[in-house]
Design a binder for this molecule. Structure first.
Ligand code: AKG
Length: 303
């Protein structure tokens, strides 16, 4: 298949225009959307959107309890799905929570979330990746600048920009405890990064990402074009939806306040993974789903 978004193939970075819609349902059908026209406009223009109060306080409290229990029960677990902080034994991420745990599976299939995702991606969807990023107080380290799509395309063979992340804040995300920073409008441009993809790159990149990171000039260009940076702060329960190609990063957490977020990545069933465009081996199923790609149903509810 033709590679519409080559990256890591040249020693010079390049910025090209996005070749896919941002909202995959025809905008003439806005009236059928579970979001207002203003919300759709905001997402289309900026590449992200925050939603408050979609989950009740009781549901958010239950999710918080569930992620702490998972963290506690895995303190000493040796598993590739559990990523530790680069300089300590603390848990940085737990992957594949929707596959391994019925509770998180139900959240991923929650009807309120799916209605939004189905509309934005214009089709049925499945979960491409899920994880909890804990970012513990004092020791939680940064996530370097990247477009998720650049990685999913190059390392996982995701053909087109027809996926998005839903991040549910499960602690308050303050300006100072390492919240997500997003570059407004960056989803409209694709940065072809410099550097080759080493075999098993994920082993390094999930702790500290070095490959698939934009060069400083491209990042500066995107930030200036978008008129600055946005920061996804919000109380626990706030949802941040961001488009697959939106450039984002977050800083270390030097405060005592952990920053815990649950991420679910939804991909269109019409955009399933091919062979990685880097030519390297496929990443494991717990990072990039290939097997369980049946459309998510509408019946599951939060317990
Ligand atoms: C990602 O989901 O791709 C991230 O970079 C997460 C960053 C964060 O948790 O701050």
């Amino acid at each position: 298949m033709q590679d519409f978004y080559p990256s890591r193939v040249s020693d010079k970075p390049q910025i090209t225009k996005r070749k896919d819609p941002v909202i995959h349902t025809d905008r003439r059908l806005d009236h059928e959307a579970p979001l207002s026209k203003e919300q759709l406009d905001f997402y289309e223009k900026n590449g992200f959107l925050q939603i408050e109060n979609l989950f009740s306080e009781k549901e958010v409290a239950a999710m918080q309890k569930a992620i702490f229990e998972l963290q506690d029960s895995n303190k000493h677990t040796q598993s590739d799905k559990i990523i530790r902080e680069p300089d300590s034994d603390e848990i940085r991420s737990i992957f594949s929570v929707d596959q391994d745990d019925e509770y998180f599976k139900n959240i991923a299939g929650d009807e309120r979330l799916l209605k939004i995702v189905n509309h934005l991606l214009g089709s049925d969807v499945y979960v491409h990746q899920s994880r909890i990023n804990y970012k513990p107080g004092f020791s939680g380290k940064e996530f370097n600048w990247h477009s998720d799509f650049e990685t999913w395309h190059t390392e996982d063979g995701m053909p087109r920009m027809r996926a998005l992340s839903m991040s549910i804040a499960l602690s308050d995300n303050y300006i100072h405890n390492g919240p997500l920073m997003l570059v407004p409008g960056s989803h409209n441009y694709y940065v072809s990064c410099v550097g080759e993809t080493p075999e098993n790159n994920y082993k390094q990149s999930l702790q500290t990402q070095k490959v698939g990171v934009p060069d400083n000039d491209s990042l500066k260009w995107l930030v200036e074009k978008g008129g600055g940076l946005s920061v996804a702060t919000g109380k626990a329960g706030t949802i941040t939806i961001f488009e697959s190609n939106t450039m984002h990063a977050s800083t270390s957490n030097m405060t005592p306040y952990p920053r815990n977020n649950l991420f679910m990545v939804y991909n269109s069933v019409e955009n399933k993974l091919l062979e990685p465009f880097s030519g390297a081996g496929k990443r494991p199923e717990y990072i990039a789903v290939r097997k369980t790609t049946e459309p998510l149903g509408k019946e599951t509810v939060l317990k």
